[in-house]
Write a protein that binds this ligand. Structure first.
Ligand SMILES: CC(C)(COP(=O)(O)OP(=O)(O)OC[C@H]1O[C@@H](n2cnc3c(N)ncnc32)[C@H](O)[C@@H]1OP(=O)(O)O)[C@@H](O)C(=O)NCCC(=O)NCCS
Length: 186
């Protein structure tokens, strides 16, 4: 049973992370995404700008990374906060912790709707995110391909089954358009 009184949430900038926290993030990512090889890193492709950490006492039990960038949708720039590497310790799955972490992020970020137009994420499990108000989008997407710290140039493809957005401000999301990710695919 999870005792929510023992949990704490910390929003932290990437360059403030301690060695110990980076070690705990690296362990969490590797066990939560066993199909990927993180080579001991605490990030997958690139450092996020900040993170929301979920701890039980001093032990990291969940985390998500935040990538804040301008993307261009239908030729219009918009401020997009990407949620990446969202993970809960596997032995604690299906007890509501993922829901708690995602809802906490939305609550905390809603205050910044004057700066953040949309939350955004890539997923193979859209059902989980729909209950938080994320919607799948159908776009012609352009992004930078990166792998293991090497750039492989631009890729363009029609994507309809894994990109999700949630409006925070009052900007309108345009469907069936062109989405320039303005950087790497996370
Ligand atoms: C995705 C992930 C973060 C969800 O974490 P979680 O703590 O298991 O999430 P929750 O417990 O809140 O919700 C999971 C399911 O349990 C159910 N659930 C929620 N609260 C519950 C509770 N108190 N008791 C039982 N079940 C509960 C939810 O309905 C949900 O079901 P759904 O999948 O049909 O939506 C976790 O599975 C994970 O780390 N996966 C590996 C990494 C990954 O795939 N990350 C996502 C990349 S897009």
């Amino acid at each position: 049973m999870i005792n929510y009184a023992d949990l704490s949430l910390e929003l932290i900038t990437e360059f403030q992370l301690s060695q110990e926290t980076k070690k705990q993030i690296a362990t969490l990512l590797q066990v939560a995404f066993p199909e990927e090889d993180f080579h001991g890193r605490h990030y997958f492709k690139q450092l996020p700008h900040s993170r929301l950490l979920l701890k039980d006492h001093n032990q990291l039990i969940g985390q998500l990374g935040l990538d804040f960038r301008v993307m261009t949708l239908n030729k219009q720039p918009m401020n997009v906060l990407g949620v990446i590497d969202f993970a809960i310790m596997p032995k604690l799955h299906n007890q509501g912790l993922g829901t708690f972490l995602m809802q906490s992020l939305i609550d905390q970020m809603s205050v910044f709707s004057h700066n953040i137009d949309f939350l955004f994420l890539v997923t193979q499990k859209p059902d989980f995110y729909e209950k938080f108000g994320f919607r799948l989008t159908n776009q012609y997407v352009k992004w930078l391909v990166t792998e293991e710290h090497i750039n492989y140039g631009m890729k363009e493809e029609h994507i309809e089954d894994c990109l999700m957005y949630k409006p925070l401000g009052d900007k309108e999301w345009v469907e069936n358009s062109v989405l320039e990710m303005m950087g790497y695919w996370y």
